[in-house]
Design a protein. Structure first.
Length: 174
């Protein structure tokens, strides 16, 4: 069993491994994930295993952090992902999170994200964290504001790279 990175009252967050591929296949093809995060091209179990190796596992090795699997603490059931990502076009890590539909609206995303932010600051020494969000994703924007992202910042959508769809980029200082 993979050791927890972060635990809260209700959740355990741990590193993702290839044994999580079946869960990720479902999550990465959830309609809300496709709409608000993007299509990762994961259509088969083999695709999901490749995604784990070239995404989270590579990120852990390169940066010491990455997306984590979010599980319920009482029974270990996987419910989503949450963690920090380092993107080439950004000067600081950004927070990412996604939950299966049946686990949304229970405060789990806020709980997981707050724990990741605390861990990022306390354990990794990361003091500036970004968040990328689609302008139409009102619930995530609201959550990010509650977590302290975007204080005093205009939230005008703009592309991160030339030719890309406009997104809202928010920052949080610890």
């Amino acid at each position: 069993m993979t050791q927890p990175i972060v635990e809260t009252d209700r959740l355990t967050l741990r590193r993702i491994h290839t044994g999580d591929a079946a869960f990720l296949l479902v999550l990465l093809n959830d309609p809300a994930f496709l709409q608000f995060v993007g299509d990762k091209g994961v259509r088969t179990l083999a695709d999901a295993e490749t995604y784990v190796r070239t995404g989270p596992i590579e990120s852990y090795a390169r940066f010491g952090f990455g997306l984590l699997l979010v599980t319920l603490r009482d029974d270990g059931a996987p419910i989503g992902i949450c963690g920090l990502l380092q993107r080439d076009m950004l000067d600081a890590p950004d927070l990412g999170f996604a939950l299966l539909p049946e686990f949304r609206r229970n405060g789990y995303a806020a709980e997981a994200a707050a724990a990741v932010l605390e861990w990022g600051g306390a354990q990794r020494g990361i003091h500036r964290i970004l968040a990328i969000v689609q302008p139409e994703n009102a619930r995530s924007i609201e959550l990010l504001h509650r977590l302290g992202f975007g204080a005093g910042q205009p939230a005008a959508p703009a592309p991160l790279v030339p030719g890309a769809a406009p997104v809202i980029l928010l920052a949080r200082q610890r």
